[in-house]
Each structure stands twice: as C-alpha cells, then as structure tokens.
Ligand binder design. Sequence first.
Ligand code: CP
Length: 317
Amino acid sequence: MKNFISVNDVDDINELIEQALRFKANPSVLKTAGAGKRVGLLFLNPSLRTRISTQVAASNLGMEAIVFNVDKEGWALEFTEAAIMNGTTVEHIKDAAPVLGQYFDILCVRTFPALQNREDDYAELVINQFIKYAGIPIISLESATLHPLQSLADIITIKEASLGITKPKIVLSWAPHVKALPQAVANSFAQWINAWGNAEFIITHPKGYELDNNFTKNATVILDQDEALLNADFVYVKNWSAYNDYGKIISTDLNWMLNNKKLSVTNNAKVMHCLPVRRNVELSDEILNGLNSLVTKQAGNRVWAAQAVLAEILKTK
Ligand code: CP
C-alpha cells in the first residue's frame, strides 16, 4: 500500500480486517516493524480518537509518532496554485510538504472541508497536495470527503458483532445536528460497505440529504426512517450537511434522532456512531447508555485499524 486515502488503496479488505484483529489479539506481535521509523501526525482540525489511536498504533509497532497541530502551532498554509501570498498565509504547501518529507517516513494528515464550494472540497486539494509534494506515503486521518481509518474500524466492529449473521442488514441513518458537518464519514462508510460487499446496505435521510452517488453506488435509499429500520442488524447514526445544496442544513427535525422506540422494529440492532456525538440531538441518552450501543468498542477499534494500515505501509519502506 503506497498511500491510504480511500478504500481504493486497499488490495484485500478482508485481509486488512484480519490483520487488525490479529493486532487486537496481540498488540505487540510486530513490535519492531517500525523501529527507527518516524510518523508525523498533522492536524489542520481538532481530534480526540484519531490522534490518540494512531499514536498508540504507532507505538505498538515501535515507531516514533510526532503530533503537529498545524491549525494552532504552524504557519498558515497556502494551497492555491500560483498564489500571490500577500495575505494571511505564510508558507506554501509546495515548500512545507517536502520539508515534512525529510523529517518523517510516513505522514498522516487531517483536514476538513470548508463546506463553501463543493467542487473545491471534492477535488481534495489539501490531501492531494500533500501526496504530490511530500514524497513519502500519506495516510488520511480524515479528508474533505472521506474518513477511511474510521470506516475500517467500523467494518472491524461490524465483523466482530455480527457473529452468526452471514449478510447483516446495515442502515446508515442521518441524524439531526446544530452545525453543518462534512459528508466524509457517511461517504466513506458507504464506499467501504459497498467495496466489502458482505451486507444489505440501506441509507435513510430526509429529502435533500442525498449523498454523492460516487460513494453510495447501488445502496438502497429509503426516505422513511421507520421503514428503513425494519429488521436492521446495525444502525450507523451520523449527521451530514447537504451535498446537493452544498453544506446547508435543511432539517434539524429531532424526530430523526434514534431512540429505543425506533429501535424496537429492528433485529435488536447494534447502534454505531463515529463520535464525537451530540447527546439528545444526534443520539438519545437511552441508546448511548444502553446495551445496544457499540460506540466505545468502535472507537477502541480505531487503534487496530490504524495499526493494520501503518504495518501495511511499513512493508513498502
Ligand atoms: N471519529 C473521529 O474521527 O473522532 P475524532 O474527530 O475525535 O478524531
């Protein structure tokens, strides 16, 4: 694996899942694989899980991880081609990325979309320029449109929790939120579930929240949430802002928030969310505090997802 930006960088999803589960069973099994190697974790946006799980994963492989909060501690980066830099940006990515390439063996980057201009965000300008100019493997810690480490952890969690179910019914359900959020988690989850192919996949959302078909492909979309939830084995709850009326909040209808009554029509479904979650807006206390919630296990699996990906990229170093 050269870079890890989307599921398209993965040769064999099932083998990557198995590798992650081997690391979960024995975190130190490859404790010297990264000896003498250094990974940079660059954050242009906040994080709790991604930052710490990737640091733990690197440590399990014997790698040194250095975190750099570019948004708070770095020079303001410029990404525009032929920019006349007489404004607020101080350093062009064309200059900064090759320097980082000298310091690290692998570079991990988190960046969010601006949600102002769909074309710009979906061109993945930031992560693509790190790939172009750093000269070392790049791992996405969430980009403008995708969150692949999250999706890998999500599928690991589904695999662990679906013992005895050969083809689980998985429902990705939109949830209300007070802020306009990226589509990245939902896009990425759809892309990975489609590529994995071991599920009946349904997406439910209010009208106007259609996702990019490049990621959802042949997923069934059902606008009636109660109908979508019937006999579900897993419900993945997530808010996203509109893709078509780009970045807009079209609905804040709290009737879309999952609670035990809604869950009662499912096959005792397990409930997932990538976190952070707004309690009693996106998801009810009764679900998050209840036995069906997988959110903590899901976040725990971020370590094994990151370790599997780092180990795969280390093979090429
Ligand atoms: N799920 C996730 O990516 O969490 P953080 O934003 O805290 O890293």
